[in-house]
Design a binder for this molecule. Structure first.
Ligand code: ES4
Ligand code: ZN
Length: 326
């Protein structure tokens, strides 16, 4: 029996706005602002993933995309496209999108926030998709810059921003460096998550003990340590896994198409959700990530819907808004 991957309901907890910009949009915005686009040969080659040596090189392309987003309308448009073309059209009912102000140097926080919110409203009106924002700290920046970002989030507090994240290359920014920014966010009632993909494995304990994270983005190391697995089971930590994005060996150490870590996490009974990370940049989309797991691990409709239920339970909406997704 064939599974209708595209229409299965999905809830998206690990998708970056900058990583969602469609190739044609990158070129149009670069032209509009007279700034350089990534050095692709055309719209389809812009994100040629095979041409990147490592995560750092990928992130420098990502930075170039961030630099073409300059005014509120750019943020409106890219948010709208993420939520519709890369969201609602794939059965996504709700998305918590990572927005990274540090990826847009010279752009005011307020400009970003207002533009993203406009895109969210428009996408909801046109397709029904609901969404919230997670403001992401760039761990390659200083702890002081991270703290300033959290201060901005608090100064411009609004219902749409439900939490903070920590992204960019883990190797260049150990999580403990950002304890003050995360503590400030915690005191203000913001939820907290952080990327941990490449490790070292001890980073997971820092996320839980020092940063106060209730979610972990990727987090595959959890299954290498039985004590940490037990702890995360007990605490109900939610892991936002990204099959295609994490299957690029030189970024994450996997790359064999078997998705063994995700399988082990599911097998251990951990709370796992599935997403696409940076869909066009990794040549994927929410439908494809579900399909890939079905093909690699035999997951059936019931298991795929269980990922969605976990994402509904683990998302940062109020209980009454969660009920509308069930
Ligand atoms: C990212 Cl570390 C990492 N990997 C993929 N996409 C990203 N966006 C921001 N940080
Ligand atoms: Zn990510």
């Amino acid at each position: 029996m064939s599974i209708p991957f595209a229409t299965l309901p999905k809830v998206s907890l690990h998708c970056h706005l900058t990583g969602s910009v469609l190739p044609g949009t990158v070129l149009e915005l670069a032209r509009k602002h007279g700034v350089p686009a990534p050095d692709g040969r055309g719209a389809h080659d812009l994100y040629d993933i095979d041409s990147h040596e490592d995560l750092d090189e990928f992130l420098r392309v990502y930075d170039l995309v961030g630099r073409v987003m300059r005014d509120a309308d750019d943020f409106r448009r890219t948010t709208y496209e993420s939520l519709t073309t890369l969201g609602a059209e794939h059965g996504v009912l709700y998305r918590e999108i990572f927005v990274s102000p540090p990826s847009h140097p010279g752009v005011a926080y307020r400009t970003i926030l207002d533009g993203v919110r406009a895109g969210m409203r428009e996408a909801k009106a046109d397709t029904g998709i609901d969404s919230r924002i997670i403001m992401a700290i760039n761990r390659e920046d200083t702890p002081a810059a991270a703290f300033d970002l959290v201060e901005q989030v608090i100064a411009h507090r609004c219902d749409e921003v439900v939490g903070i994240g920590l992204d960019y290359a883990e190797i260049h920014g150990p999580p403990g460096l950002f304890h003050e920014a995360f503590a400030r966010a915690g005191r203000a009632g913001l939820r907290r998550t952080a990327h941990s993909e490449s490790g070292p494995p001890g980073n997971l304990a820092i996320l839980l003990d020092v940063l106060g994270c209730t979610r972990v983005d990727h987090g595959y190391h959890v299954v290498d340590d039985p004590d940490m697995t037990a702890r995360c089971l007990d605490a109900g930590i939610v892991f936002t896994c990204t099959p295609v994005s994490s299957d690029i060996g030189r970024y994450s150490g996997s790359g064999n198409g078997k998705h063994e870590k995700i399988a082990a996490m599911v097998e251990a009974g951990l709370r796992v959700t599935i997403d696409s990370d940076d869909p066009p940049m990794f040549g994927t989309d929410p439908t494809n990530d579900f399909r890939i797991l079905h093909e690699a691990l035999g997951y059936d409709t019931e298991q795929l819907l269980a990922f969605t239920r976990t994402a509904v339970d683990g998302c940062w909406l109020d209980e009454s808004d969660k009920a509308a997704l069930r």
